[in-house]
Design a protein around this ligand. Structure first.
Ligand SMILES: NC(=O)c1ccc[n+]([C@@H]2O[C@H](COP(=O)([O-])OP(=O)(O)OC[C@H]3O[C@@H](n4cnc5c(N)ncnc54)[C@H](OP(=O)(O)O)[C@@H]3O)[C@@H](O)[C@H]2O)c1
Length: 330
């Protein structure tokens, strides 16, 4: 028997800034697609730094984007995998029933919900070989790793690579991409993640609570940083001659220092320090191909249910997760 068409949906609603654990799943109206939009039945979503910041309204700079006194966007979430359920009149790329995935942040937020309407360009077809949970773990973290190591870092064969913040989403994909270039890869993180990092193939592991890699005298050809918490000069010190440091995120003050000092460091130290501005979904087909060839695996923490998602966001924010925190909606 066909399922009855729903006009309501469940969603994790954000009404004021504060602790993620205060968020509640509520019933709201199911949206309808506009001209270039598709209605997607969401199968899975994933937790990102943006969700953690959007929900708490911290750092305060984020409020310029999400709303000064209270959040403008009512539902967090920027990654999804799901099935196309309806098409706006101008949609040409998809048909009803297509399985899709992507980072929708260039067009909006709101993936902690059963349905979303979003511009057709926000998603691509999901390979049949990938589960919905695997697919949703990819867009944001893997694209930061691809754009950081390949597009900005220009990784070459056999380089000595260090990944700072290696136990999270970016680091676990970054390792696998670096290994495709036969790199010798060191991962920096702490706690329970160190064992997982060893299991997935890091050649060397540094516990940041015990050792500062910028002070141990070891040099790297390429550093990928998901946690930027030191000065660009400390990172430059750890680079080989002509080495490259690439940050994808971290403390805002430190990121500004990278922007300010990168030309000086290039000119006088002959090393590069660079910042990645994420281009949503750029490189996603490359990762889809690697996945089909069995060259990329997804490290998933969960999946958790939509009802558990508020707790899962808190758990992510406390840095207790390993790989990508995934929420199964259906
Ligand atoms: N460039 C852009 O356009 C863009 C766009 C979106 C997001 N981002 C950024 O990209 C990054 C996403 O990375 P991700 O998804 O991999 O995050 P993640 O899953 O939170 O992983 C980061 C890892 O770093 C660890 N860590 C914390 N403090 C550390 C330290 N002092 N030294 C080394 N490691 C440390 C964390 O562990 P513990 O906390 O447990 O210690 C965690 O395991 C975020 O910084 C985000 O803001 C950038």
């Amino acid at each position: 028997m066909d399922e009855p068409i729903k006009d309501q949906m469940k969603a994790l609603l954000l009404t004021k800034y504060g602790s993620p654990t205060a968020l509640k799943v509520q019933e709201i109206a199911k949206p309808s697609p506009k001209r270039n939009e598709v209605l997607i039945k969401i199968h899975a979503t994933a937790v990102n730094d943006y969700d953690w910041s959007m929900i708490r309204g911290k750092p305060y700079l984020y409020r310029l984007m999400f709303g000064i006194l209270k959040p403008k966007k009512l539902i967090p979430g920027m990654e999804l995998s799901g099935t196309i359920e309806a098409l706006g009149p101008n949609v040409t790329s998809f048909k009803i029933g297509d399985a899709v995935y992507g980072d929708i942040s260039e067009y909006g937020f709101g993936t902690f919900a059963e349905y979303i309407c979003i511009n057709e360009q926000a998603v691509i077809l999901k390979p049949a070989e990938m589960s919905f949970e695997e697919a949703v773990s990819i867009p944001h973290a893997a694209m930061l790793a691809v754009q950081g190591l390949r597009d900005v870092g220009k990784i070459t064969q056999g380089q000595k690579v260090l990944i700072n913040g290696a136990g999270g989403g970016v680091g676990t994909f970054g390792l696998q991409i670096a290994k495709l270039h036969d790199a010798e890869v060191t991962g920096v993180d702490t706690g329970d993640k160190l064992k997982m990092m060893k299991d997935i193939g890091f050649d060397h592991i540094i516990d940041y609570q015990k050792e500062d890699f910028t002070k141990n005298g070891v040099h790297y050809d390429l550093i990928l940083d998901a946690k930027t918490n030191r000065s660009p000069f400390a990172y430059a010190r750890s680079l080989s001659p002509n080495g490259t440091y690439v940050t994808v995120g971290g403390k805002i003050g430190r990121l500004l220092q990278v922007l300010i000092w990168n030309l000086w460091i290039s000119k006088f130290k002959h090393k590069k320090v660079r910042l990645v501005a994420l281009k949503a979904n750029k490189g996603l087909s490359y990762i889809s191909d690697l996945f089909r060839e069995g060259k990329i695996k997804c490290i998933i923490d969960g999946p958790y249910t939509l009802e558990e998602s508020a707790k899962a966001i808190q758990y992510f924010g406390e840095g207790k997760h390993q790989g990508k925190v995934v929420i199964s909606i259906q």
